[in-house]
Design a protein around this ligand. Structure first.
Ligand code: GSH
Length: 219
């Protein structure tokens, strides 16, 4: 039995949930907040982060490690290209999304949605402006330079790069940000394709109830 600890609205939990859905693996999602300080959770998450995978008692933190593991135990529809250079490129884009891109996308989500609607704290407009004028434009410039006119980010099938990048932009959308087609046309087209994919549509559908509970007017 596969269990995934993490809140479905966490971009990193969503990344693994998308991998599990894509692989059509059965799992149970155990909603767990990132700040969970219970000894039980800290015992399975040495860094205190979500998500954490539990596969029949085999515990694994970190989405890159988890995704790789899931691909090994369910190798059909691999998310890692066979060609070494394509595989390395996919892993690099995953790393870029998991570090630089998510910092900006999750920053908007936190400031514009979670702080005011969940924590009852004001949005820090300085942080938002810095993301919108510095952090995000750098990400869009870079991603535009590597996004193809059509198809997937790397190679000719869905890879871990697509999943990692898409989960970030879902977070950004919840934070009221969409890629402007005048600024990054290839990326915008790519994201339109990604968001229309049944895998993503289904995941967004399953997030609706949680989003509506936090911000009924958002969707
Ligand atoms: N590199 C980790 C990052 C996971 C991560 O940062 N998760 C966030 C929630 S979306 C978290 O748990 N943050 C709490 C913290 O950093 O203390 C992964 O890929 O799993």
């Amino acid at each position: 039995m596969i269990k995934l600890y993490g809140m479905p609205l966490s971009p990193f939990a969503r990344k693994v949930l998308l991998v599990l859905d894509y692989k059509e693996l059965e799992y149970e999602n155990i909603p767990t907040f990132p700040a969970d300080e219970s000894p039980e959770f800290r015992a399975i998450s040495p860094l205190g982060k979500v998500p954490v995978l539990d596969h029949d008692g085999f515990i694994l933190p970190d989405t890159s490690v988890i995704s790789r593991y899931l691909d090994r135990i369910a190798p059909e529809k691999s998310l890692y290209p066979e060609d070494p250079k394509l595989e390395a490129t996919a892993c690099w884009l995953e790393e870029y999304a998991d570090s630089k891109l998510i910092e900006n996308c999750a920053g908007l989500f936190r400031q514009r949605l979670i702080n005011p609607k969940f924590f009852n704290e004001p949005t820090d407009e300085e942080v938002v402006q810095s993301i919108l004028t510095e952090g995000m434009p750098q990400c869009l410039d870079y991603l535009e330079s590597v996004t193809p006119e059509s198809g997937y980010l790397v190679g000719d099938s869905l890879s871990i790069a697509d999943i990692a990048v898409t989960t970030c932009f879902i977070q950004a959308r919840y934070g009221g940000f969409d890629v402007d087609s005048a600024v990054a046309p290839k990326l915008r087209n790519y994201l339109d394709r990604a968001f229309a994919a049944p895998l993503v549509v289904k995941r967004l559908e399953s997030e609706k109830a949680v989003v509506n509970a936090i911000a009924p007017d958002l969707l």
